[in-house]
Ligand binder design. Structure first.
Ligand code: PLP
Length: 385
């Protein structure tokens, strides 16, 4: 199949007109569309063995686990089919660890305001945004929320929860960079102090790497930007390059799951695993992290220039690698969907992260020309208001 890197990176939908996607299937299509490496992995696997269940070992699952463990702080991997499922697995593992190792009867997992962890009942409860929970009560017990990047508030919450009541903190679950909640990078000092607290108390630090992981931040994992290692982390979105797969990874000391504790029928199927492995190997072989960092700097520089030109409309530009946000001024009448409607009319797809933030999550193979083109289109949109 013919493949033109530029065309593929730019075009969500290949032809008709030149559509540039800085959405990439919501941060999933890391290698763009129709990448030959994915075409080959899909074809080869569907021609041999696409699904057998976890009653048996398969090479693809083992090799993917080995790659992930070899390129992260984790020792073990569990595979599922989505980000929410990966987080469900992490929540279950943390609860079992609390019961069996920490002797906590009523474990609480602390999460952050403006976080996003998925759409199942436990993960909408973990998600610190009422709009995702509205209409679905009763929610799952055992969660407590704190403002993100605020160490004093977190320490107060832990003291309060652990001071005598029947509940006790078992784990802290955070995104290294909050994606859906407005593209907010974690603060290094905040995460380093949390790591110390978790070590002191023996509780678990869980990072939700579903959006920021798999190379998007310019490192393989978002937590690497913060100089810490989580005990458990989750991946999905970019892991399969747009083919559905999720993973929950952990250090061996907290792997308290016994056979039968947790499982998934389709999780770890050779089809999804072989594609994910091909994506991982391509990230490494083609040194895509360097492209992510360079294109990210270029994009942020361009966005900052636009922000200087439209100071009444734009409040902030922030992000890591190729996950970036442009925040509109709170007192500006503009909203992110309005700006995105204009750029879409000009052939540039973008996705909001809340009503005031425009998110930029292009494929990791995006080129310098494509970044410039996207900046031009965005500038035209601001000029049109
Ligand atoms: C998208 C997302 C999820 C949910 O992933 P799904 O595959 O949609 O279930 C969880 N956490 C974060 C940080 C996400 O961005």
């Amino acid at each position: 199949m013919p493949w033109n890197g530029e065309q593929v990176a730019v075009c969500g939908m290949r032809q008709e007109r030149n559509i540039s996607t800085f959405v990439a299937g919501i941060a999933t299509c890391t290698l763009g569309h129709a990448h030959p490496v994915m075409v080959e992995a899909v074809t080869q696997q569907i021609q041999t063995l696409h699904h057998v269940s976890n009653l048996y070992y398969t090479a693809a699952q083992g090799e993917l686990a080995k790659w992930l463990v070899g390129h992260s702080c984790a020792d073990r991997a569990f595979f599922c089919n989505s980000g929410a499922e990966a987080n469900e697995g992490a929540i279950k593992l943390a609860r079992k660890y609390a019961h069996t190792v920490l002797n906590i009867e009523n474990p609480v997992i602390i999460t952050a305001h403006a976080s996003f962890h998925g759409r199942t009942l436990a993960t909408i409860t973990a998600t610190g945004q009422p709009k995702y929970q509205k209409g679905f009560s009763p929610l799952v017990p055992g969660f407590y929320y704190v403002p993100y990047n605020d160490i004093a508030a977190l320490e107060r919450a832990i003291d309060e929860l652990d001071s005598g009541g029947d509940r006790q903190v078992a784990a802290i679950l955070l995104e290294a960079l909050q994606g859906e909640g407005g593209v907010r990078p974690g603060d290094r000092a905040y995460f380093q102090r949390i790591r110390e607290i978790c070590n002191q108390k023996g509780i678990l630090l869980i990072c939700d790497e579903v959006q920021v992981g798999m190379g998007r931040s310019g490192q393989y994992w978002g937590y690497e930007n913060l100089g810490i290692e989580p005990d458990i982390f989750t991946s999905a979105k970019g892991l399969g390059g747009g083919i559905p797969i999720g993973a929950m990874l952990c250090k061996s000391f907290c792997d308290v799951f016994q056979p039968g504790d947790h499982a998934s029928t389709f999780g770890g199927n050779p089809f999804a695993c072989s594609v994910a492995l091909a994506v991982c190997q391509t990230l490494e072989r083609e040194n895509l992290l360097a492209n992510v960092r360079d294109r990210g700097e270029q994009l942020r520089a361009g966005l900052s220039a636009i922000a200087q030109k439209y100071p009444d409309a734009i409040a902030d530009v922030r992000g890591w690698g190729l996950i970036n946000g442009l925040e509109l001024k709170a007192d500006s009448p503009l909203t992110s969907p309005e700006v995105i409607k204009i750029t879409t009319d000009h052939g540039l797809l973008l996705v909001p992260a809340g009503p005031k933030v425009i998110r930029f999550v292009p494929p990791l193979i995006v080129t310098s020309d494509e970044v410039n083109q996207a900046l031009e289109t965005l500038e035209k949109a601001f000029a049109s208001f």
